[in-house]
Design a protein around this ligand. Structure first.
Ligand code: IPM
Ligand code: MG
Length: 372
């Protein structure tokens, strides 16, 4: 029996190519693993009306970790139009599988390392190294949304909040409502994950990102919870910033920051900004981490326009595989893989189109494998 059982979910679009590239390096490393492939993505939606079928959920319950490629998602009407004819008109609603997976398996930490590898021509500045801890199950991603808004709900809101008055006048189908839901426990556990990491890795500071000056209830609770957790870590300096100012300061003084912790949506935004500072989509890797399961993925999407061209940069996915090795306890392999990636970037001989070169996805994977 293999030492590790790994769920393998390529998805669609370039997800298939980048996961194949990750497999090249994992095989070269000789990871003792059984890979079980699962169906997920657009094709499942079209033919079954569910992009994340039950059999894939069952599969994920049986693995130690999983790698996820990417999947296409489309707005409500476009998604419905692509359903198989017999599935149309049944009220099926497309909901992002990765968001569902994060909630279903309580993968509450979204960990996004953003490191400028020396010599990457796409680095905003050399030496940037940020670690984003994004809360991954709550906030505006909770999925509690109404459009149209039922009268019953409008009546309660009108009774309980005077600020609701301008909306109370509108018919339910003339507005929509998405609930931002943040719990104390949910806020504390992501903050704790960030501080524990900072303590363990001797990082210089944790910055709490929020908008508590305006979004007082939810972001107020997030900030308060994080500050409470900070008291458990007296040796780790802590500060906080509003999400808007944070974007500005990050660009101006990236070296003033280190570990960032944020509620789900701000974390989504800030992690794209941080990824762009270290080379963009080709370099953004991500771990969705819970107590029992962790799923690793590139931050980028399925990029349908590049699908099947063997063109995109697989480094984000290969770095996600490195994160998976760490999670599996294969820290020596993880370190070797990161060194190999760093060496290929520094050498600059093999570069995909985003880096200004013409190497293929496969050539990049093989170049990294050759360094191992
Ligand atoms: C991400 C992505 C997802 C998100 C999308 C694909 C649902 O942007 O992982 O950052 O919003 O979380
Ligand atoms: Mg995102």
């Amino acid at each position: 029996m293999a030492k590790h059982k790994i769920g393998w979910l390529p998805g669609d679009g370039i997800g298939i190519e980048v996961l194949a590239a990750a497999k090249v390096v994992l095989d070269k490393l000789g990871l003792d693993a059984e890979y079980v492939e699962g169906d997920i993505g657009w094709e499942c939606w079209r033919s079954e009306g569910d992009a994340f079928p039950i059999r894939t959920i069952v599969l994920l319950k049986s693995v130690d970790a999983a790698m996820f490629g990417a999947i296409t998602s489309k707005p409500v009407k476009a998604a419905e139009a692509e359903l198989a004819p017999e599935l149309q008109g049944r009220g099926l609603v497309y909901r992002s599988p990765i968001v569902r997976m994060r909630q279903l398996f309580d993968l509450y930490v979204c960990l996004r390392p953003c490191k400028a590898y020396a010599g990457n021509p796409l680095n905003f500045k050399e030496g940037i190294e940020l670690m984003v801890f994004r809360e991954n199950t709550e906030d505006l991603y909770a999925g509690v949304e109404f459009g149209p808004v039922p009268d019953e709900l409008a009546e309660v809101l009108n009774r309980l909040s005077k600020n609701f008055a301008p909306f109370a006048k509108l018919p339910g189908d003339e507005y929509a409502l998405s609930c931002k839901l943040n719990s104390r426990a949910g806020s504390e556990r992501i903050a704790r994950a960030a501080f524990e990491f900072a303590a363990r890795s001797h990082r210089k500071k944790v910055t709490v990102v929020h908008k508590a000056n305006v979004v007082r209830a939810t972001d107020g609770l997030f900030l308060e919870s994080a500050k409470e957790v900070a008291k458990e870590f007296p040796d780790i300096p802590v500060d906080d910033a509003n999400i808007d100012a944070m974007c500005m300061w990050l660009l101006k003084n990236p070296f003033n920051y280190d570990v960032l912790v944020a509620p789900n949506l701000y974390g989504d935004v800030i992690s794209d900004l941080c990824a762009q500072m270290v080379g963009g989509l080709g370099f953004g890797c991500s771990g969705n981490i819970g107590k029992e399961l962790a799923v690793f993925e590139p931050t980028h999407g399925s990029a349908p326009k590049y699908a099947g061209q063997n063109k995109v940069n697989p480094i984000a996915t290969i770095l996600a595989a490195k994160m998976m090795l760490d999670w599996l306890g294969e820290t020596t392999m993880a370190a070797r893989l990161e060194e190999a990636v760093a060496a290929v970037i520094a050498e600059g001989r093999v570069r995909t189109y985003d880096m200004g070169g013409s190497s293929t996805t496969t050539q990049m994977a093989e170049a990294i494998a050759a360094e191992l």
